[in-house]
Design a protein around this ligand. Sequence first.
Ligand SMILES: C=CC1=C(C)c2cc3[nH]c(cc4nc(cc5[nH]c(cc1n2)c(C)c5CCC(=O)O)C(CCC(=O)O)=C4C)c(C)c3C=C
Ligand SMILES: [Fe+2]
Length: 413
Amino acid sequence: MTTEQAPSPGISRRRLLGSAGAAGAAGLVAGGAAGAYASEAARETPEPLTSVGATAVPFHGGHQAGITTPLQAHGHLLAFDLKAGANRKAAAALLRRWSRTARQLTAGEAPPDDTGIALDAGPSSLTVTFGFGRTFFGKVGLDDRLPEALAPLPHFVSDALDPKRSDGDLWIQIGADDALVAFHALRALQREAAGTARLRWQMNGFNRTPGATDRPMTTRNLMGQIDGTNNPKPTDDDFERRIFVPEKGEPAWMAGGSYAVVRRIRMLLDAWDHLSLERQEKVIGRRKSDGAPLSGGTETTPVRLDKVNADGSLAIAGAAHVRVAAPASNQGAAMLRRPFSYHDGFRADGAPDAGLLFIAWQADPMKGFVPVQRKLDLGDDLSRFLRHEASALFAVPPGCAPGEYVGQALLEG
Ligand SMILES: C=CC1=C(C)c2cc3[nH]c(cc4nc(cc5[nH]c(cc1n2)c(C)c5CCC(=O)O)C(CCC(=O)O)=C4C)c(C)c3C=C
Ligand SMILES: [Fe+2]
């Protein structure tokens, strides 16, 4: 393995701020209306960043960041196609550039020729995650390293997929708790692709902003449901085995990596909002207010699929989403769901173009997303309110050590 050049000493965005004398970066905190209208420039001493801005997620590690990292408030998904003539060497150079820049940005450092978009901000939990699509391998002469797990996803009855917004040779997932920090990363990485790869599609999403609720809680989606409760937890015995390719797994370059299924799922919100609260809760199998299962307890109480009401009906209906999607209904199939909501304005018919950028992480899509989506496709009450409009599957290699780049074992091994 070759090592990349040591990155040039980055300029901390905070240090830049200090030297420029632009004070008041931490934003308006106190002082009510008078404080809010006071000139930012009048402040002499920069205030410390809030914990939101100051939080940094390490780029290096056994797994790439952005998989088990807590959901961030802003997300960008970018898929690129290699330009004609871009070979393995060019792809390796691109991944080397991207990794170097991602490391700098996630540490809150400004890369060379910085655009300045994120000046004043801290790392804000920025993560950058890289993946390879099936079409990448043939283009760079690496057919022999194509993972079996990257076989095309089967067709599902509810698919209404737009090929232009699906698939792609390379994938980047960006997440950050600040919109400017996220866009800054997007611009830096997009600029570095020039000459080697062109953008195929981009999707932008969001989640709850840290601090918006009075206590940390599972996020809500645009249907108003608490979404993410019954995800596998890093503390589960089988978490690593379910989500990451094992050390001795195949192909060797994917050991410690994971597979990301990306689906743009539009929600038919007008129809959904017309349902009574009781109906909405039956469709999911959980209470809307606090996410508690209809079989009783609180949000974190295990779901009891066998619970029967006094009138003999199932507490969680036969076609309720949580019943049909549960590992118990799918021979143990499970995935880590880590989505972003999206809103891309309104469609010609006036309906909101909004929904979920559903991202499912698993060691093998055939033991995660595929069997569960097959089952949902056949008889899930929620599916009537959803349209799957775009789809992609990416091999996300393990994280890299300092001096290495993501995908090095594939491109140079
Ligand atoms: C193929 C997998 C899944 C798709 C596609 C999917 C879409 C989807 N889901 C919601 C809302 C909720 N899903 C919930 C639970 C849940 N969903 C899946 C899988 C898919 N969802 C699983 C495996 C589970 C967990 C089931 C269990 O073991 O209990 C929930 C309940 C809260 C939670 O556990 O997260 C909600 C709410 C939407 C809106 C959606 C598409 C837009
Ligand atoms: Fe779901």
